[in-house]
Structure formats: structure tokens, C-alpha cells
Write a protein of this length. Structure first.
Ligand code: B16
Ligand code: MG
Length: 217
């Protein structure tokens, strides 16, 4: 009677959203499209291609396919230059405690991320071995809020969806978890994540007692 605990990466385990923002901002600036952290919120959890489409919509712009592809490649190189400098220090507060508590209590752990860079990032911060399975943007075709990434993670954990709990920082990710029939836990702002079953500002607010209740429920 194990439960499956599925963690998003960007914004849950590490704060790579700040690096995505810097890289997207540089791209938007080069196109003369105004882009702030408010607009960046709409890109969280959203795929790379869909993110550029959204930025172009913000600027009422369209691009030829080859230019679109060139910008995406540049953005990713730019983003990876920030990722390159990442260390364990960038693991968000109390994430190691929560991962340890759950695995010491025999629970199944998965990463469920839209990012094609997920394995690179986990390697950088030394968390590659903490998960029973990793499902990332290289393995799924439908972006959150489609539940594909979480359903695949549950399959790989051999835990039915209704026994899975998802930690997410993005509205699209909370919707994906809900669409998968899983319990959604928002990490961040309750006004943004209002569709989540529970919301905590960060993992320091999630006690071992609460985790125990999730395990027993
Ligand atoms: P990449 P998550 C998502 O990761 C990010 O939140 C989103 O901003 C990004 O566009 C997406 O990954 C794709 O990332 O360009 O690295 O493939 O939150 O699902 O872990
Ligand atoms: Mg995220």
C-alpha cells in the first residue's frame, strides 16, 4: 500500500524559473516585446515551444519557422549557461528532508517535469539517485495541463493514479495533476494555485506529520 509522490522540477526542487526568465527576457528584448516577471508566470510548467508561441502572442508577432527554431536554440543555450553554474546549494529549502522522509518510509518517488533539461539539472544538484523514476520533456508529447507526464510517472512507479500525490508550482501543473485524478499540492502562491487541494509557500511549511497523513490516507 505504497503511495506515489511525484515532484515537478522547476519551481519545486530548484528555482530554475529565474534562469528561464533571464533567457526569455533576453529573447523578448531582442524582438522588442515587453516581458516582465508577471508575463513569465504564464510560462511556468509550459513547454519550450509553447512558451515562445506565448511570447510572440504577447508582442502580436509571428516568425518564419527557421527563425522560430533559431531563437529556441539560442534561448536554450543561454538558459544552459546559467544551469552550468548550479550546485547543491540551489536545492530549495527542506526538499532533501521531504525526499528522505518519504523514501525512509517506503514510499515511491518520481520526478515529473516538462523540461528537456531535467536530467542535466538533477545531475548538477546531485539529486539523480533520489527518484525511483524520472519522466521529463524528452519522454512526453503533450504539455501540462495534459496529464500525460504524471500518468506516465505513476505507471513507472506501479502506483495507481488515485494513490499519487503531485507537488507543483505552476497552475498548468496543478491542472495536469487534477486531470490525472491525483492529489495536487501547490508550492507557491495560493491565489495563483487556487485549484490545488493544498497550497504551501515552500517545503519548510510541510511537516513530517502532514507527510505521514498523506501516506496513511
Ligand atoms: P526546457 P517543470 C518546465 O519545467 C518549466 O516550468 C517551464 O518554464 C519550461 O518552459 C519547461 O519546463 C520546458 O523546459 O526548456 O528546459 O525543456 O516546471 O515542468 O519542471
Ligand atoms: Mg514547475
Amino acid at each position: 500500500n505504497k503511495k506515489g509522490f511525484i515532484f515537478d522540477l522547476d519551481g519545486v526542487i530548484v528555482d530554475t524559473a529565474q534562469y528561464h526568465y533571464l533567457a526569455w527576457k533576453e529573447l523578448a528584448d531582442s524582438l522588442g516585446i515587453s516581458f516582465s516577471e508577471v508575463e513569465n508566470e504564464q510560462l511556468k510548467g509550459v513547454s519550450r515551444i509553447r512558451s515562445l508561441e506565448k511570447i510572440l502572442e504577447m508582442g502580436n508577432m509571428t516568425l518564419a519557422q527557421d527563425e522560430f527554431d533559431r531563437l529556441i536554440t539560442n534561448k536554450n543555450a543561454d538558459y544552459l549557461s546559467y544551469v552550468e553554474g548550479m550546485t547543491r546549494e540551489e536545492i530549495l529549502a527542506d526538499v532533501p528532508r521531504v525526499l528522505r522522509f518519504l523514501s525512509e518510509n517506503g514510499q515511491r518517488l518520481a520526478l515529473g517535469s516538462a523540461s528537456k533539461n531535467a536530467r542535466t539539472i538533477l545531475g548538477k544538484v546531485g539529486l539523480m539517485d533520489q527518484f525511483d523514476t524520472i519522466v521529463d520533456g524528452t519522454q512526453v508529447s503533450k504539455a501540462k495541463p495534459d496529464p500525460e507526464v504524471f500518468i506516465r510517472a505513476a505507471k513507472e512507479l506501479h502506483v495507481p493514479a488515485e494513490r499519487c500525490i503531485v507537488f507543483e508550482d505552476a497552475l498548468a501543473g496543478i491542472q495536469a495533476a487534477n486531470n490525472a485524478g491525483m492529489l495536487s499540492i501547490g508550492i507557491g502562491d495560493p491565489t495563483v494555485l487556487r485549484e490545488a487541494a493544498f497550497v504551501f509557500s515552500d517545503f519548510t511549511k510541510i511537516s513530517n506529520e502532514f507527510l505521514n497523513e498523506l501516506i496513511q490516507a
